[in-house]
Design a protein around this ligand. Structure first.
Ligand SMILES: [Zn+2]
Length: 477
C-alpha cells in the first residue's frame, strides 16, 4: 500500500508542476506525521515545528504533558509590547482512520483533482498549515509588531485530558492573550466554487453524556420475565429516537440564518427567513425543511446521539441491567440537569435511570481527582459567555473575509461541536473560530470520516485571510 501511495503522490504532483503552493507542501508534511489520537504523538509535531519557527526568530517552547510523546508547542514572535498578545491556536492531533474505507493512504497527502487528501486535511492540519504559513510570512517580512503573536500547536484536542484546559492550568503565562483565533466557523462555497458565506464562531456547543441504565431481574434465560432490562433499554432508546428537541436560536444563530437567507436560492431563503419569524407554524415547517441538513439541524437545538451500549455477559443469563451512553450537544444556556429531566419525560419508565456523566468527552482514563478537575472545567465551559463582535480581532477577521471572499456574507456563528476555545473563553478572553479554507458540503461530510480532503486553492486563500487579519491586529500602525 505504501509503495502504491508514493507512486500516486508522484503522479499527482504533475498537475501542480513545480508550483505546488508552499502551504500545500507543508500540509503534506504535517499529514505525514501520524498524530492519530489516541495516542496522539504530538511531540513529533513539536519536534518538526521547533527548528522551523526558531529559524525565523520565534521564541519556542515545548510543554510536555505527563504522557510520554504528548506535548504542546508554543512559538512567540515578539512585538514591542504596547498591546497584549494575539494568539493563534491549532490542534496537532487528529482522529483515527478506518483505513480499509479510504481510497488513498490517509497519511500520504495525496493530491487529486485539486484536492489534498489525508486525515486532518480539514480538521485541523489544514488549519495548522494555514496558520503556520501566515505567521511565518509575517516573520519573514520582518513586520514591526505592537503586540506579540503567539502560535500554539495543541495536544490532545480530540477527546483527551491534556488539552488546552490542562495547558492553561500549567503554563497560563505562555498562552495569555487579548484574544485568539482557533478552529470553528466555516467558509462555505457552492459546487461552482462561489464562496457563499464565512461564519466566524463566537461560541461553541458543549458536550455531555447521559447514561440510561435499565434494571430488571437477573435470571436463567430459559424462564424469561416481562421486566427484561434489555427490552426496557431498547424501548427507551426507540422513544428517544422518535423524539426531537425544540428549536433554540441564540443571537449568533439568528444572525447566521439571516445571512444564509441573503445568499441562498429559493425555497431555502424563505425557509431561513421563516425560521426567524415569531409564527410557530412557520418555524415548525422551516425546521423540518432545514433539518435535512445535519449541520444546520445541529446548530438550532440540543442534539441527541446514542453512542455506546452495554448489556449481558453470557448466552444463558438474562442480565440484571442494560446501559446506553447518549451524547448530547447543548446550546449555550441548556444545563445537563434540564436535559436529563427532558429525557426522563420522554422515556416515561421508572425502571430506566437517567444519569448525568458530564466528563464523557474525554477518552483518557482518569483518576477520581482528575475526574473532579475535569468536571469543574466542563462546568466553567458551559457558562462561558459568547465572544463579542466589537473588538479589533473580530472586526479584522470579518473585514478581511469580505475582501478575500467578496461574494460572501460574513456572520457570527454558534459552532456545532466543542473546541479547545474554552480554555480562554472560560476566562473571558474572546476566541474566534474559523476553518480557514473554502469548502463545500461534500468536503464537510468527510471531516472525521473517510477520504477527508481540502481544496488546494482554498489553502492559499486561507493563508491570505489569516495573514491580513494578523497584520491588521498586530502590526505597528
Ligand atoms: Zn478539530
Amino acid at each position: 500500500m505504501r509503495k502504491l501511495a508514493i507512486f500516486l503522490v508522484a503522479g499527482s504532483c504533475l498537475a501542480f508542476g513545480q508550483d505546488m503552493p508552499p502551504v500545500a507542501k507543508l500540509l503534506r508534511e504535517l499529514i505525514h506525521i501520524d498524530t492519530a489520537n489516541p495516542p496522539g504523538n504530538e511531540r513529533k509535531m513539536a519536534d518538526f515545528l521547533k527548528p522551523r519557527f526558531a529559524a525565523l526568530g520565534f521564541e519556542v517552547n515545548i510543554v510536555d504533558t505527563p504522557v510520554a510523546g504528548k506535548s504542546h508547542f508554543i512559538a512567540r514572535l515578539r512585538g514591542n509590547g504596547a498591546k497584549k498578545p494575539v494568539l493563534i491556536a491549532a490542534h496537532a492531533d487528529v482522529v483515527g482512520v478506518e483505513r480499509e474505507k479510504w481510497t488513498v493512504d490517509p497519511f500520504a497527502g495525496v493530491i487529486k483533482d485539486g484536492y489534498m487528501y489525508g486525515r486532518g486535511a480539514i480538521d485541523f492540519k489544514g488549519g495548522l498549515a494555514v496558520f503556520i504559513e501566515a505567521v511565518h510570512r509575517i516573520a519573514r517580512e520582518k513586520i514591526p509588531l505592537e503586540r506579540d503573536i503567539i502560535f500554539l500547536s495543541e495536544a490532545d484536542e480530540e477527546g483527551g485530558f491534556y488539552n488546552t484546559r490542562w495547558l492553561a492550568q500549567q503554563a497560563w503565562e505562555k498562552i495569555d492573550c487579548e484574544f485568539a483565533l482557533n478552529e470553528g466557523g466555516w467558509i462555505i462555497r457552492d459546487k461552482q466554487g462561489k464562496v457563499l458565506y464565512v461564519s466566524i464562531s463566537t461560541a461553541d456547543k458543549t458536550s455531555v453524556a447521559l447514561k440510561l441504565i435499565a434494571k430488571g431481574t437477573s435470571t436463567h434465560s430459559s424462564m424469561p420475565r416481562p421486566d427484561n432490562a434489555i427490552y426496557s433499554l431498547a424501548r427507551a432508546l426507540v422513544k428517544l429516537g422518535g423524539y426531537e428537541t425544540k428549536v433554540k436560536l441564540t443571537s449568533e444563530t439568528r444572525q447566521f440564518f439571516g445571512a444564509l437567507a441573503e445568499v441562498s436560492p429559493q425555497p431555502h431563503a424563505t425557509y431561513f427567513r421563516d425560521l426567524l419569524s415569531s409564527d410557530p407554524a412557520k418555524v415548525a415547517a422551516a425546521d423540518k425543511f432545514i433539518s435535512e441538513d445535519t449541520l444546520l439541524h445541529a446548530i438550532m437545538r440540543d442534539t441527541i446521539a446514542p453512542v455506546m451500549m452495554n448489556a449481558g455477559f453470557r448466552g444463558n443469563v438474562i442480565p440484571g441491567s442494560a446501559e446506553a451512553t447518549v451524547n448530547f450537544r447543548m446550546i449555550p444556556g441548556t444545563t445537563p440537569e434540564e436535559l436529563a429531566d427532558e429525557v426522563r419525560e420522554v422515556i416515561q419508565d421508572p425502571r430506566v435511570e437517567v444519569r448525568v456523566e458530564s466528563f464523557a468527552a474525554s477518552t483518557t482514563p482518569m483518576t477520581p481527582e482528575q475526574k473532579a478537575d475535569y468536571e469543574q472545567s466542563t462546568r466553567a465551559m458551559r457558562t462561558a459567555k459568547p465572544s463579542p463582535q466589537d473588538n479589533d480581532l473580530y472586526r479584522a477577521l470579518a473585514r478581511n473575509a469580505g475582501i478575500v471572499y467578496p461574494t460572501a456574507k460574513v456572520t457570527p456563528y454558534l459552532f456545532q461541536a466543542g473546541t479547545d476555545s474554552f480554555a480562554w473563553r472560560s476566562k473571558g478572553i474572546p476566541v474566534y473560530g474559523i476553518y480557514p479554507y473554502p469548502i463545500d458540503h461534500e468536503d464537510l461530510k468527510r471531516m472525521h470520516g473517510n477520504d477527508e480532503r481540502v481544496p488546494v486553492d482554498s489553502l492559499v486563500s486561507g493563508v491570505e485571510l489569516i495573514y491580513r487579519t494578523l497584520v491588521e491586529v498586530a502590526a505597528k500602525k
